[in-house]
Design a protein around this ligand. Structure first.
Ligand SMILES: [Zn+2]
Ligand SMILES: [Zn+2]
Ligand SMILES: [Zn+2]
Length: 305
């Protein structure tokens, strides 16, 4: 039996429990500002222990930080907009918000825009990039249209698979995915530099309904934040889950089982519903994800680009 010196073991434990390190120097990075589905945690009306225990998880959203240019950008404007902006003031105090990219018109992804209006921030010309139907929706429906007419926000055009350049080698590219598109298209985003890329895909119906293979998307990413809304089909009693389709985490794990371990390690599930048992550390469901090599995303984690 190999004896490990106590001091070395203690150092290892400290390393294992430390927060992920901030990327070195002035390189850009992504920062997770929340991991919950649109309703957040606690979710309104839920009287189960998932929402009455005092736990709080903000709605899924990603920030892109470029310390060199002292700017940062948001992907989605969630109902947790105020506390997420406060979190960014702590994370990147020298940087300021330079724009917002929107995935789609479900409440967890755009309603935080209300805080840009004159009742709160009174921002001037904040760039908000959106796909054509999403732009039309914002420009023609109050209260969003007031943000446009008062020039609190400046709508920028996104086109699928066409990159927006944020800096010398920093690009954001939207890609279309199938989802319940009542008011807008739905996109995911690929954030890329010359050093790596992060995929953010919080909402999609089912992997099989997409014309791209998720395995290839994961393979082409340094880290892929993927729809982990529900763990499996038994999660919501009293609701028809076919009306709110998402890839179950169990289905994703089955698909990814054939991938090399190094590729599986790039997967981080995000956008978890309050009922998702994988939210609970050391639950059998969480351990099953971790045994596969994937992870549940954590608020505050950074990925260097
Ligand atoms: Zn959502
Ligand atoms: Zn709940
Ligand atoms: Zn949605």
């Amino acid at each position: 039996m190999t004896r490990v010196p106590l001091a070395a073991l203690a150092a290892l434990l400290v390393l294992a429990s430390a927060a992920p390190p901030r990327p070195a120097g002035a390189a850009p990075y992504t920062f997770v500002l929340g991991i919950a589905q649109d309703g957040g945690i606690p979710q309104a009306g839920c009287r189960l222990s998932c929402c009455t225990s005092g736990r709080h998880e903000r709605v899924a959203r990603l920030a892109i930080v470029d310390p060199a240019s002292r700017r940062w950008w948001l992907i989605d404007a969630t109902p947790d907009f105020p506390s997420q902006l406060a979190a960014m003031a702590r994370e990147a105090p020298a940087c300021s918000l330079a724009g917002i990219f929107l995935t789609h018109a479900h409440i967890g992804h755009y309603t935080g825009l209300v805080h840009l209006g004159r009742e709160v921030m009174g921002s001037r010309g904040m760039p908000v990039w959106a796909m054509p139907r999403m732009r039309e929706f914002l420009a023609t429906n109050g209260p969003w249209s007031q943000l446009v007419t008062l020039r609190n926000i400046e709508l920028g055009s996104l086109a699928a698979d066409s990159a927006i350049t944020l800096g010398d080698s920093l690009h954001v590219t939207p890609f279309r995915v199938p989802h319940r598109d009542e008011y807008s298209e739905t996109v995911g985003f690929r954030i890329a530099s010359s050093r790596g890329s992060v995929t953010f895909l919080p909402d999609i119906d089912k992997w099989e309904r997409w014309n791209r293979r998720i395995e290839e998307v994961v393979n082409g990413s340094s880290v892929a934040y993927l729809d982990g809304t529900f763990f499996d089909g038994a999660e919501l009693s009293g609701r028809d889950m076919s009306e709110i389709p998402h890839p179950f985490i169990t289905e994703s794990l089955d698909r990814f089982a054939t991938l090399p371990a190094a590729t599986r390690a790039r997967v981080r599930f995000i956008h978890l519903n309050h009922t998702n048992p994988a939210l609970v550390k050391s639950s059998p469901e969480r351990l099953r994800i971790e045994r596969s090599g994937a992870r549940v995303a954590a608020a505050g984690e950074r990925v260097g680009l």
